[in-house]
Design a protein. Structure first.
Length: 82
């Protein structure tokens, strides 16, 4: 038997989205899923590159937006694609 990655992001990328996949995730979870720091997530929200919803004191990000962000080409500060 071989090990398969069963993370929610992996499942969605492979078309096996689980019923357990959350609709909204915290900034910390988003940072972990995208391999970024929370400060970068804050910057992406501030520049409207990632949508966010405030629920009470929490800031939550739609999981689907993380998938879209991960699939996009990104331009760095010097105008070149990363």
């Amino acid at each position: 038997m071989h090990n398969q990655d069963t993370s929610p992001l992996s499942n969605s990328l492979h078309g096996r989205e689980s019923e357990r996949t959350p609709l909204l995730v915290s900034k910390r979870a988003a940072a972990t899923l995208l391999s970024l720091c929370v400060r970068t997530i804050d910057n992406l929200i501030a520049t409207k590159q990632l949508p966010a919803r405030r629920v009470g004191r929490r800031v939550l990000i739609p999981y689907a937006a993380l998938l879209q962000f991960a699939r996009r080409d990104h331009i760095n500060g010097h105008g070149a694609k990363k």
